[in-house]
Design a protein around this ligand. Structure first.
Ligand code: GRF
Length: 183
């Protein structure tokens, strides 16, 4: 069974989906840069192994060294970013090359970066969605492993579109991660 580490910074609804729909992998660690992340509390409740450390005061290098150690000690083989709002250093991406995936709330390569829903609505797009991709040094630039289309409806706001896309994310990510860890 492949061992997956999930990194999150907040609510963690994608982490919950990955835990609840795990097939062909097990979640060996749930880690966060935010000790008060709601997703962490959920993971603790579910008796999953967790790791929480803020980079504040220790700097990015020491933070990532501690995170990397925690991942390796948990036997993590694949890292799944799930609402992780921090850029991983090129060094960390290099040591885990090809073994870090992320879910992004747009149909990549469109709308890399932030505020994806507002940008799609402003552009007058009628279709939005989400993508699971390999993490590389380029923000949201790695190979797309899978994506899901979601209609953008007249009157949609970024929040109403985000809520609709999130449902698609919770279906897409577990399926793609299961395929990826067993490919
Ligand atoms: C999701 O929209 C995801 O696409 C993006 O950040 C959000 C995280 O939500 N990466 P959650 O923390 O998984 O609920």
């Amino acid at each position: 069974m492949r061992r997956v580490g999930i990194l999150l910074s907040g609510r963690g609804s994608n982490m919950m989906a990955l835990v609840e729909q795990a097939r062909g992998y097990e979640v060996a660690l749930v880690a966060s840069d935010k000790p008060d992340a709601a997703g962490l509390a959920w993971a603790v409740e579910r008796e999953l192994s967790t790791f929480a450390l803020s980079p504040k005061g220790i700097g990015k290098l020491a933070y990532e060294a501690a995170l990397d150690r925690a991942l390796r000690e948990a036997g993590v083989e694949v890292i799944a970013l799930a609402g992780y709002m921090r850029l991983l250093s090129d060094a960390l991406v290099a040591t885990w090359r090809g073994r870090i995936v992320n879910i992004h709330p747009s149909l990549l390569p469109k709308y890399k970066g932030l505020d994806t829903h507002a940008r799609a609505i402003a552009a007058g797009d009628t279709v939005g969605g989400c993508s699971v991709h390999i993490v590389t040094e380029e923000l949201d630039g790695g190979e797309v492993l899978g994506s899901a289309k979601v209609p953008i409806l007249p009157g949609d706001t970024p929040d109403t579109l985000a809520a609709r896309v999130l449902i698609a994310e919770h279906r897409l990510y577990p399926r793609i991660l299961s395929e990826f860890v067993n490919r």
